[in-house]
Design a protein around this ligand. Sequence first.
Ligand code: F6P
Length: 509
Amino acid sequence: MGDAWLKVEAEAKRLASTPLLDLFAANPRRVEELTFQAPHLIADFSKQRIDGAALNALGALVQAADFDGWRAKLFAGEAVNNTEGRAAKHWALRGADSPAAVMEVRARMAAFAEHIRPQINAIVHLGIGGSDLGPRLVLDALKPLRVSGIDVRFAANVDGADVADAIDGLDPKRTLLIVVSKTFTTQETLANAEFVRAWGPAHLAAATAAPDKAVAWGVPPENVFAFWDWVGGRYSLWSSVSLACAIALQDGAFENLLSGAAAMDAHFREAPFAQNLPALSAALQMWNREALGHGSYALLPYSERLRLMPAYMQQLEMESNGKRVSRDGAILERSACGVTWGAAGTNAQHSFFQLLHQGVGEIPAEFIVNAGRHEGPVSHRAKVFANALAQTRALMVGKSAAQARAEMVAKGMSEAEANRLAPHRAFPGNRASTLMAIDALSPEAIGALLAFYEHRTFSQAVLAGINPFDQWGVELGKEMANALLPSLEGGAASSDLDASTAAWVKRLG
Ligand code: F6P
């Protein structure tokens, strides 16, 4: 890896001071050469600070990390999650040739959906993290495909306001409660589930990798939909975790989501690095972060239906790759994960885009548009595209102080005032972005998009040499919360607390 990194760093040094616009001038074929396709998805990397030589260096890095070998291990079902001794086979949930147990649960979900729809007018889905974010996103993204007459409410937070809102105004006699928890031990989910169960919903179901625990808790065995320990929480939306989607979306939509993801699996599995969209995109993330020094990126879906993508991606990327040791436990030399943040455009333009355009540091941005049919007023579609394109272009092209000054003078401003304002109204430009488009807001395209991001996350982990499938980093806080709970419930305060925490226990207890 050492030599490969030296070459990448040399390319980064060369390009760091090269204006993006010069890269276009140097190569009239730049856009074609840096536009890549995968099922349902097209990505334009030409506004990124890369060129052919840089991509070659990244390709060598990918080879040095044994990308081909790790990808083969993933799809062979080897125990790539080496700290828990597990495979990571989320991809096996979505193929036409999925294992028999998977097909059986999928068929039971479809039958249950058909059976329960006429009996309910609401679903309360309780889960958190991977047991919440995926189905929430999918139902939001595919709202036009919802069956009519079924309201779906989610609650994840252990702040009681969330679950109180979730049942507000619902009729328990017409409500299905779905408890979604891989482990069926998560404090927040069980607390919310107990509260809603006591409210008396007529129907109870569960999605879990611990079916015995769900049955012991009181879910009828025939309403328990299993998944398996080889499905990581944040990779689980393809499983029974999405029971609410199977019920609340029209027949076939959930299956089409799976087939779109399977198409992306085939692309990721087969395409060589030079055409492999998830792997190329991962290499670019690594490049922006570790070679060019940009520690975060903004994820900007220009689609209201994809507004939950940043939250979903925060768990996928930062829970997977927020690690500081390699697979073998050695301290990493380079970070394996940046900070993912963002919001839907165009709203975001009116809040944090100021920082993207005129802040001191560069923050690479990733724009996603829906190139297919849009809902609502027909004339809005062009406006969404105009805004997305304008932003990627403005980030790159910028506006010099001289130009800003000339514009103000042309509008009649005095030279002195124009000089004073010019630094404030200039845009440095030369800021990198990616523009991606899905071909429709269809189940297939959403499936492909989310699978693309899963494989990109895995590819990042391979490049960094880490295991992306465990999440030990969430445990310490959980342990401490359990230890603090008795004293906040009125019990004796623990004597071995730090002074700050002890003072807060006293204040809030
Ligand atoms: O907090 C970490 C985590 O384990 C996530 O990885 C997971 O998606 C979430 O909690 C919920 O866990 P469970 O599905 O077991 O309730």
